[in-house]
Design a protein. Structure first.
Length: 325
């Protein structure tokens, strides 16, 4: 049994599918079909969505779903209701339930960064089984993550063909949120990357990965990068054991640090916050500025004045949502 809005839903879903990865789209589709059944069971016959229609669907979820699960379902419904509103159908759009974030990145201090880069530059694999090229790969990997704000996975997927050494940019072809983007490199980093590629003998084949595995036909596994970073933290006495069910100190922290420092530098340079935030959001490849807000809200201890500026800018614009990498 379908509701009076089933046809609208079937017209909306293909539009939504184009913007989502498959598993997210599947979850959104399940949520909307659940809402459609709910309306049908209520015998909905009018072309409007009332507050009672929505709340009566949401409330039972709290006894069977986690709060983040409820938030995701409500988020999917909100998008559909906005679509209906655009079609001039009267709808009630509920607020998205607040979900407290559990992820807290470690924002490395300048002193800690200096220790990490020094240790990386003197890095030596432990055994003869380890790839000796890690001595060159790891210092470059850390500098790329810190200087450009890459996600680890998207950086490890970069091939030589994706690097334009003349313009000093890297083209990311397949990243989160189905986005492609161009990441500029500073002059010093670009020169360093070129020297690194020459030393690694990568430039003779455009299919080579910037950070190859031992067999060279594959990229360095994320697990290997994470393992050696943890060892580096221990060598420098920076390592702190992660609490249960948390990431603790990890390579993704460099992305957070990049976002925080970039925002700080643009604000100090006198650029308008309304100009810098959208550019930073696009640069990082975020699906929305809500994601950028989540990155910056962790910076209160290190940059309280900049956090306050962002909160003023974002007030009333972004709902509280659960964290996604």
């Amino acid at each position: 049994m379908n509701s009076i809005f089933y046809k609208d839903m079937m017209e909306y879903l293909p539009l939504r599918e184009k913007t989502l990865v498959p598993h997210t789209f599947a979850a959104d589709r399940r949520a909307l079909l659940s809402f459609d059944r709910h309306l049908a069971e209520r015998g909905k016959s009018e072309r409007c969505i009332t507050e009672d229609d929505v709340i009566s669907w949401i409330q039972p979820m709290y006894s069977s779903c986690s709060r983040s699960g409820v938030s995701h379902r409500v988020g999917a419904l909100r998008m559909f209701l906005q679509y209906l509103r655009h079609e001039e159908i009267p709808v009630y759009i509920p607020p998205r339930p607040r979900v407290p974030g559990t992820y807290m990145p470690h924002l490395f201090s300048d002193e800690e960064l200096a220790k990490l880069f020094c240790a990386a530059d003197n890095f030596t694999p432990k055994t003869s089984k380890d790839d000796p090229r890690l001595r060159m790969e790891f210092p470059m990997l850390l500098r790329m993550l810190y200087s450009c704000g890459f996600r680890l996975g998207e950086l490890l997927a970069v091939q030589v063909r994706d690097v334009d050494f003349v313009r000093g940019v890297i083209f990311l072809r397949d990243t989160k949120n189905k986005k492609q983007r161009i990441v500029p490199l500073g002059n010093t980093l670009s020169e360093m990357l070129n020297c690194y590629c020459l030393a690694m003998e990568l430039l003779n084949d455009p299919d080579n990965y910037l950070f190859p595995a031992k067999n060279r036909r594959q990229s360095l596994p994320q697990s290997t990068a994470r393992y050696w970073f943890r060892e580096l933290l221990k060598i420098t006495d920076i390592y702190v054991e992660a609490e249960a069910h948390t990431r603790g100190q990890c390579l993704h922290c460099f992305r957070h640090l990049f976002a925080v420092k970039s925002f700080s530098q643009t604000e100090q340079a006198g650029r308008s916050i309304r100009d810098s935030i959208p550019f930073l959001s696009v640069y990082l490849g975020h699906g929305s500025m809500e994601e950028t807000e989540r990155y910056l809200k962790f910076s209160n201890d290190m940059f309280p004045e900049h956090t306050s500026l962002f909160e003023t800018y974002a007030e009333g614009i972004f709902p509280e949502v659960c964290y996604e990498e």
